[in-house]
Design a protein around this ligand. Structure first.
Ligand code: GLN
Length: 470
């Protein structure tokens, strides 16, 4: 059934509810696609063995008239989000055979509706990276051009949707890991407001930055998943309820910090694409305003101090005793050293060392303390900006998906995050919308819209119009 390739979650819902399509038939379509493509693209680390059984269950719910919006919808899940009894490795050797003993709240909310998890997707180890090249289990290739990366760290999740191997996917975003791969694969990626989706059952990277978010083909589909997974959770004290009231304003003002496009290292196509998107937004009736975010150029530096500091303490739990890989040694210290030395890949080790250094006595104030001051300043500047405009437009990334192996140094990789990290530092929601193609290599480009805390609705409203969804 080739028309299934054009399905969205919304369309699938209609077909499932009208009984034109069965949940088992739908699940089989995705399992077959995975079977055809996964060897080449390395999108799924594991395809679950209970997919068809769960699809039969979902069909019963549909037949009984009890279907929710995601009942019977085949989804993919990033390998750092737990489902009880299933493996979750964060694409790391240190957790290669780890099985979750509880289910993440976001995943549970989807399971409560009888959504179908097809399998767990590849990622940069412990979500550290922007290309999935840091996975311990090989790179995920971009379904649109297998010589290129799919982005990261939720590269497998983005590629699963782009390659018709799932209708939607969960990713996690600490500094861009939902938005960047979504953009590289021509998909929609939502990083929700910090705390709006429970982090319970998400393996921690940077706890003050991490959030789970959906990757989908359309804004409407992202909205459906977000509305299902959001909400305060007693298992995560930082979680919040967000108002989902109907929007009162229609004519949003959109701010463009044009000054961020002046820097080197931003593709000419990417700059041009912002002009094109501004044109489109104006045609849709939105007022565009040139805004200034004076310290946004410090966001990347702040992120690469705060994040490794949090990484170094979060990853201290992987000691060769409590979880996963344990390498024998003469004494306890040697077990720690050997297990961590063999279990973690080079990027994880780099960030743990960097973070430990940043937090060490004598350096804490000059690095972490300064970064926290700058974080506060940037947050204030965003608050000011959101007093004047309803949303802020930037590119999602400074360039499209690169060739596998092309970026040689860590710094080259980190520069890909220059536009995405600010939303994590500030905690505000941000969405990446597929818009335009690079003229040099035909790869998709993405634009990012950010709004103030708990105002995902603004992003959905503008995003749907922008992508001609209604
Ligand atoms: N690419 C960024 C990094 O390498 C973001 C990662 C993420 O959001 N998990 O840290």
């Amino acid at each position: 059934m080739s028309e299934l390739s054009n399905l969205t979650i919304q369309k699938a819902r209609t077909l499932l509810d009208s009984k034109e399509l069965g949940a088992v038939e739908l699940a089989k379509f995705y399992l077959e696609n995975i079977n055809d493509k996964n060897k080449e693209l390395n999108v799924f680390l594991e395809v679950y063995d209970d997919v068809l059984k769960n699809a039969e269950e979902a069909q019963k719910v549909i037949d009984a008239g009890g279907a929710g919006e995601l009942t019977g919808i085949p989804l993919a899940i990033k390998d750092n989000i737990l489902i009880r009894g299933k493996k979750a490795s964060s694409a790391s050797k240190i957790l290669e055979n780890y099985r979750a003993i509880y289910t993440a709240t976001a995943a549970q909310k989807l399971l409560d509706q009888n959504a179908i998890f097809l399998g767990r997707t590849n990622m940069d180890e412990f979500a550290m990276g922007g290309s999935t090249e840091n996975s311990a289990f090989g790179v995920t290739k971009n379904p649109l051009d297998p010589t290129r990366v799919s982005g990261g760290s939720s590269g497998g999740s983005a590629a699963s949707v782009a390659g018709n191997m799932a209708l939607g996917a969960l990713g996690s975003d600490t500094g861009g890991s939902v938005r960047e791969p979504a953009s590289f694969c021509g998909m929609v990626g939502l990083k929700p407001t910090y705390g709006s989706v429970s982090r319970y059952g998400l393996m921690a990277m940077g706890s003050s930055l991490d959030v789970i978010g959906p990757i989908t083909k359309t804004v409407s589909d992202a909205e459906i998943i977000f509305n299902t997974i959001k909400g305060k959770d007693k298992m995560d004290s930082t979680s919040i309820d967000i108002e989902n009231s109907k929007l009162k304003i229609e004519n949003f003002k959109i701010g463009v910090p044009y000054h961020i496009l002046d820097g080197d290292g931003i593709d000419a196509d990417t700059k041009k694409n912002i002009e094109e998107s501004v044109k489109k937004l104006k045609n849709l009736g939105y007022e565009i305003q040139d805004i200034s975010l004076p310290n946004i150029d410090k966001a990347l530096a702040v992120y690469y101090i705060v994040m490794p500091a949090e990484v170094s303490s979060n990853l201290a739990r992987f000691d060769g005793i409590k979880y996963g890989l344990s390498v024998e040694g003469e004494n306890l210290l040697e077990v720690y050293k050997k297990s961590r030395g063999e279990g973690f890949g080079s990027e994880a080790r780099r960030r743990i060392i960097l973070g430990t250094y940043i937090l060490s006595a004598g350096y804490y104030d000059s690095y972490y303390g300064k970064a926290m001051q700058a974080r506060k300043k940037i947050s204030e500047e965003f608050k000011d900006a959101f007093g004047k405009v309803d949303a802020i437009l930037t590119p999602t990334t400074p360039f499209p998906a690169w060739k596998i192996g092309e970026k040689k140094t860590p710094l080259e990789n980190y520069l890909a995050d220059v536009f995405t990290v600010a939303a994590n530092i500030v905690g505000c929601p941000a969405i990446s919308l597929p818009f335009g193609l690079s003229r040099t290599n035909n790869m998709p480009l993405g634009v990012q819209l950010m709004s103030s805390h708990s105002n995902e609705n603004i992003l959905f409203e503008i995003g749907k119009k922008f992508l001609n969804e209604n």
